[in-house]
Every structure is written in structure tokens, then in C-alpha cells.
Design a protein around this ligand. Structure first.
Ligand code: ASP
Ligand code: MG
Length: 448
């Protein structure tokens, strides 16, 4: 049995749904099809929720109406028969009735989660109606019946496995199952979600739970590229990555895959394939435990990083200083990405600055604190990259014109990270592409 996950743009238009109906019927292997919401829907639902939070009901109503219109237009093009159209209309009516009711309820976190869940419910139900019209036999599976997170908001593959296999047992003859990504139930039994972009995570958790032959992640690009294709020309898809490499790339900025989605696949050794719905023949990227090759494979960048430096002469020859500093971050549940130390100062980076003010206040007990916002982490990733000959020299030769704020080397064998100002990012990515992946040496123009 395999898992096929389709992202927002792969279901975002009626003709895309037709395309994926072909992809899921290409072979006879049993499969669970995991769907995202139509592209843009989760963003709009977030906006609706924000309007409610701010008690701007008139704004929320307008946003709901506009979204409903989008779905009305969508279903007209999606199905042909009157019967299917009426079913689709009923689904849209049901979910928008819910959204209209919430306008009368006061905002809560639980309500917010209910609102955010509507997108995947809508997309998967409409796709199911479409498949029925195409006479494609399948079962619609409610993710809320098997996808759960514990009290720490962590999914447990064991629990998901038990629930999902009970459900699947009811349909021994079914080949195609259709379910929702992203949504789940929390430990209190409420509707919850796996955070933005979480449908990938759903797919890999399901793949792990059923011991899938492969977890296919279908998007709108030919796999993971060796650099950011929006910024750098001549990037190319990477044919194979190890789980470690993929995790580093996903975490450090490659938008194509949710970073948490690597561990379930890795733990249960399920190959992950990144494929393109617009170009299904393309090879894409295969992520497996042993990807063979070593050396520099890709560059990724993560923006909106804040660097914090704590300087204190008391640190000189003292022990326990780092612990005290890290405890401040732990207290505010803020994770640290990069760390560098000198004898009298420590620099760390964070990507979540909601508690920044309080963190700074507490750090000031230990020394002088300096903050640099708007930084970017550029990561150079590849198996055993740190053991590759001349790698540091190549990197620094390539970006010699760019000021580097921090360097992280040796934390893992697969990653070298640099912290630079965000305004230098595009140039850095282009220069690194030239220095690491290509032979020609045309000058890169300064875009600052
Ligand atoms: N629909 C959700 C989002 O936009 C989950 C996903 O698409 O992965 O974040
Ligand atoms: Mg996504």
C-alpha cells in the first residue's frame, strides 16, 4: 500500500482534480490519497479567524462570502451531472453554514482550529464527489477518526496505526482511500491541526502507520532543487537525498517539504518521493536512508532569523553560563537554531521572536545583549559535507564579498550554516551556486 499526497495547487483547480484522478488510477496498488485544502483556502480561513479574534464581524462575513463564491465557481466547473452538482452544492452549503454560525460565537482557540479544518474537509469531500462521477471506486476516510496528537501536541505513530488499521479493516476490497491532510484531534478530543503546511506530515505519519511502500508528495515543482529556483537561475532537481539531508534542507528553508515530515518516514524507513503533478514523468527527488553520494548537494536559506549576542566578562573561565542562557530560551519555549561561542560572548539565533522582549529582559541579568533582526541562515547541505575537501575554502571564496555574522560547522556532518543579513541573501545564493555547482564564472550582479 502506498501514500499519495497532493498539495494545494494540485487540487486548487477543477482541471487539477481531473489530473490527479488520473494519477491515482495509474496503477492497481492500494493507496491512501491525502489532500490539502485548495490553494489559498487555509490563508483565507486564517484571515477569517483573525477577523473574529478582533471582533470584526462584518469583515469576517465578507471574507466568508468571497470564499463561498470561490467554491461555487469551483464546483460548477468540477462536475457535469446534475446529481453530482447537487451533492457538491450540499457539501459547500454545509461547510459555509458552519462558517456563518461561528460568526455568532465568540472567538476561542478551539474555534480557530475548527475554522482552519474546513479547507481539507471541503477539498476531500469535493474530490470524492468528483471521483464518484468519474466512476472511480474509493472510500472517503475521516482523518479526525485516526489522526491524533498527544497532550504535548505530538503525533504518535503507534496510536495512529491502531486507529487507522481498524478503519481500513472495514473496507478489505477498497483500493483507493481519500483522506484529509493537516487536520487531527488533540488529547482533549477537539479538532486540531499539524501546523501550517502539515499535510506532508499527515502523509508521512500515515505512510509510517501502514508501513507504506512509498510516500509520494505531489507538488508543483520537479522535486527538491539544489538552490532556491525563485532566486537562482539554473537550479536543478536533486535525484536522491538521504533522510538527514532532506531534513536539513526542509528545516533550513526548502519550502517544498514540511520539516517534521521526515522523521516518521525515516524511523520506519519509508522512501519519500517528491513529484510534480504538472509534469508527472519528471523523476523528482527520492529520499531514502542511504542516498549514496557524498559532498555538497544543495543550498537553502531561511529568513526572518533573529541573532542575539550575550556578552559578559563573567563568562570568562566560568562554568554554567551556557546553561543559564539556554534555560531562558527553554522557559519561553523558543528553539535555538545556531550557536557560536567565544570566551566572553555567546551568539544564538531564533526564528520565533514572539517572546523576544521577555527573553532579552531575562538575558540582561547575565550580560549585555545585542539583537540583530532580519538575518538569514544559509545552509549548505550534503552527506559528509564537512569531510569534503576544500569545502570551506570554496564557500568562503564564493561569498568573499558578503559579511558573515555567524558560522556553524561540525554540528552535523551534513550541514554548514552561515548567518548573513537578509539583504545579502539573493546575492549569496547566486554566488554559492556559481562557486559550488557550476563551472562558468560570470560575475553576479549586486542586487542590493
Ligand atoms: N492546508 C494547510 C496549509 O495551507 C496544510 C497544507 O496544505 O499542508 O497550511
Ligand atoms: Mg505544502
Amino acid at each position: 500500500m502506498k501514500v499519495m499526497k497532493f498539495g494545494g495547487t494540485s487540487v486548487g483547480k477543477p482541471e487539477r482534480m481531473l489530473a490527479i484522478s488520473k494519477l491515482i488510477t495509474n496503477d492497481d496498488e492500494k493507496k491512501i490519497v491525502v489532500l490539502s485544502a485548495l490553494s489559498g483556502t487555509t490563508n483565507t480561513l486564517t484571515e477569517i479567524s483573525n477577523s473574529l479574534f478582533k471582533s470584526e464581524r462584518a469583515v469576517a462575513r465578507q471574507q466568508i462570502d468571497a470564499l463561498e463564491q470561490h467554491y461555487q465557481n469551483f464546483i460548477i466547473k468540477l462536475v457535469q451531472s446534475e446529481e453530482a452538482y447537487n451533492k457538491a452544492k450540499a457539501v459547500v452549503a454545509e461547510h459555509f453554514e458552519f462558517l456563518n454560525i461561528i460568526l455568532k460565537i465568540s472567538y476561542s482557540d478551539a474555534l480557530n482550529k475548527d475554522i482552519l479544518a474546513q479547507g481539507e474537509l471541503l477539498s476531500s469531500k469535493l474530490f470524492s464527489i468528483f471521483l464518484n462521477e468519474q466512476h472511480i471506486a474509493h472510500e472517503w476516510l475521516p482523518a479526525l477518526d485516526f489522526m491524533t496528537i498527544d497532550a504535548e501536541d505530538e503525533p504518535q505513530v503507534g496510536t495512529i496505526k491502531v486507529k487507522l488499521s481498524q478503519l481500513l479493516k472495514k473496507y478489505p476490497d477498497t483500493t483507493i482511500f481519500v483522506t484529509q491532510g493537516y487536520i487531527c484531534k488533540n488529547a482533549r478530543g477537539e479538532v486540531d491541526n499539524l501546523k501550517r503546511g502539515g499535510s506532508d506530515y499527515s502523509a508521512s505519519l500515515i505512510a509510517a502507520a501502514i508501513g507504506a511502500t512509498v510516500c509520494e508528495i505531489w507538488t508543483d515543482i520537479d522535486g527538491m532543487h539544489n538552490n532556491d529556483p525563485r532566486i537562482v537561475e539554473d537550479t536543478r532537481p536533486i535525484e536522491q537525498l538521504s533522510f538527514e539531508e532532506a531534513a536539513e534542507l526542509a528545516y533550513f528553508g526548502a519550502k517544498i517539504l514540511h520539516p517534521a515530515s521526515i522523521w516518521p518516514a525515516q524511523m520506519f524507513n519509508i522512501p519519500v518521493k517528491l513529484l510534480n503533478t504538472m509534469h508527472p514523468q519528471a523523476k523528482g527527488t527520492l529520499i531514502i536512508s542511504d542516498a549514496g553520494s557524498t559532498g555538497v548537494k544543495a543550498v537553502a536559506a531561511k529568513d526572518y532569523i533573529t541573532a542575539i549576542k550575550i556578552k559578559s566578562s563573567r563568562m570568562l573561565l566560568a562554568y554554567g553560563f551556557l546553561r543559564k542562557i539556554f534555560e531562558v530560551f527553554e522557559k519561553y519555549r523558543t528553539s535555538i537554531d545556531m550557536v557560536t561561542t567565544s570566551e566572553v560572548a555567546v551568539s544564538v539565533t531564533i526564528d520565533n521572536d514572539i517572546y523576544l522582549k521577555r527573553i532579552i529582559k531575562e538575558l540582561e541579568l547575565y550580560g549585555t545583549v545585542e539583537v540583530d533582526a532580519n538575518q538569514t541562515i544559509v545552509s549548505i547541505v550534503g552527506n559528509e559535507i564537512t569531510e569534503t575537501e576544500n569545502v570551506m575554502q570554496k564557500i568562503f571564496d564564493a561569498i568573499s564579498s558578503i559579511p558573515v555574522r555567524m558560522v556553524s560547522y561540525g554540528g552535523s556532518k551534513h550541514n554548514i550554516s552561515l548567518l548573513i543579513a537578509k539583504e545579502d541573501k539573493n546575492k549569496a545564493l547566486q554566488l554559492l551556486n556559481r562557486g559550488l555547482f557550476s563551472q562558468e564564472s560570470e560575475p553576479v550582479k549586486d542586487e542590493r
